[in-house]
Design a protein. Structure first.
Length: 414
């Protein structure tokens, strides 16, 4: 029974849908010495969650660390140990070693890619999966998961056509693969194919929303497509509905909520009092200094809600960074937090002074190209509001050169 429940948990994790934690609880109750069930519980609890879940993740890690295991299994335990120490890159390298010798360990591939995402390491997002491909074929179970990961890695390294093909193939094998759905959405976003993006996301909503713990991010992508088409009312409806209706305090969900409101405001949309509940959740979490990318989104919420004291406390919390986050804060996070705060106070020259040196290295604090695009959008708006018309024109020109469809729509509007 424990093995069956563990496999069900893996299947759910590979799709980002279902109830993997419930399955794992049943597995460990049946077999307390099931090391990998504890490992998967720890992964699910520690990455992108909240304080309560993270505490459960520590307990799961301690249970796994007390058990004997194979070299592969102990590699997972070591990855968790390093992750808990704040060594995201070290954990990613540990799982890299696991998958070099065990290229069909899908769990190691998937968690490893998530860690690459946290590090903003686009090359490893692709190459971690590429190394394993010779050991896989379409007929093998879980191949959809590998293809979904390949799609995201290819997209983040600019191989858009191949990324789209891999993502669609993954979905043809498993329509509920939320990661593959999201990878194809990223392709449409980066190529500015927004009408296609809307059609793609709305074609089979049940597949990527039913029991999905990744659906908020995919709803965010749909809202982004609508916003890019000038349909701010649709983006607001999605924010009030599936993006923030549940008021989740999971880190990944809060990032999407904060990012969407900030983008709406950059588009000149009055978001009313929507910032306050987002800021309330961030204040209650009080986890500043843990991960710079999340803290940047907390700062957006505090600026949007006018919480000056919370802004100051968040800036002070950056000194508590440990592990890899020390470099993230130093190189990228702190300047971005200061820029966001300056934007809120109308000091647009300081916004630009802080963002211009870091925008080309912003991948160092994690996220995807689509998420980090907020930095460029903020710079464009700051240049406009601050009266630096030459810089504003230059930033628009570079954007239009990189995104021809944006240029076409801009010309038509003009």
């Amino acid at each position: 029974m424990a093995a069956e429940k563990y496999q069900q948990a893996l299947d759910a994790y590979y799709c980002y849908a279902g109830d993997p934690m419930g399955c794992l609880q049943a597995a460990t109750e049946d077999s307390p010495g099931f090391l990998m069930a504890h490992v998967l519980s720890a992964y699910l609890s520690l990455i992108g969650t909240n304080a309560e879940a993270a505490a459960a993740g520590v307990t799961a890690f301690e249970a796994a660390a007390a058990l004997p295991g194979s070299e592969r299994e102990l590699g997972h335990v070591e990855a968790l140990r390093r992750l808990l120490a704040g060594e995201i890159a070290g954990a990613a390298r540990t799982l890299e070693a696991v998958t070099i010798t065990e290229p069909r360990d899908v769990l190691a591939l998937q968690v490893g890619q998530v860690l690459d995402f946290l590090l903003g390491d686009s090359r490893m997002l692709r190459d971690r999966i590429g190394r394993a491909l010779p050991h896989w074929s379409r007929s093998m179970p879980d191949h959809h998961a590998v293809l979904g990961m390949l799609a995201f890695g290819l997209e983040e390294t600019g191989h858009y056509d191949r990324a789209e093909d891999a993502g669609l193939e993954a979905l043809s094998l498993e329509r509920r693969n939320g990661w593959a759905q999201h990878a194809v959405a990223h392709v449409f976003e980066m190529q500015d194919r927004r009408a296609e993006g809307v059609a793609f996301m709305r074609a089979d909503i049940d597949a990527w929303t039913r029991e999905s713990f990744f659906q908020v991010h995919n709803w965010w992508h749909l809202a982004l497509f609508h916003l890019g088409q000038g349909e701010a009312h649709e983006a607001l409806k999605l924010f009030d509905g599936p993006i923030f209706q549940a008021r989740s305090d999971m880190a990944l969900d809060l990032v999407d909520a904060s990012s969407m409101l900030w983008r709406l405001q950059l588009h000149g949309v009055d978001v009313g009092d929507r910032w306050a509940p987002v800021a309330d959740i961030y204040e209650a979490k009080a986890m500043g200094g843990a991960y710079a990318f999340d803290d940047a989104h907390a700062m957006m919420a505090f600026v949007g809600a006018g919480r000056t004291e919370a802004q100051a406390e968040l800036l002070q919390a950056q000194a508590a960074a440990v592990g890899d986050n020390v470099g993230m804060v130093r190189d990228v996070g702190l300047p971005i937090l200061k820029a966001l705060q300056a934007f809120g106070s109308g000091d647009y020259a300081r916004v630009l002074d802080n963002l211009r040196p870091v925008r080309n290295i912003a991948a160092r604090f994690g996220g995807s190209h689509a998420q980090r695009d907020l930095i460029d959008l903020t710079m464009i708006e700051a240049a406009s509001r601050g009266g630096d018309q030459a810089l504003h024109a230059a930033l628009l020109a570079e954007r239009h050169a990189a995104r021809p469809l944006t240029r076409r729509r801009f010309d038509q509007a003009a």
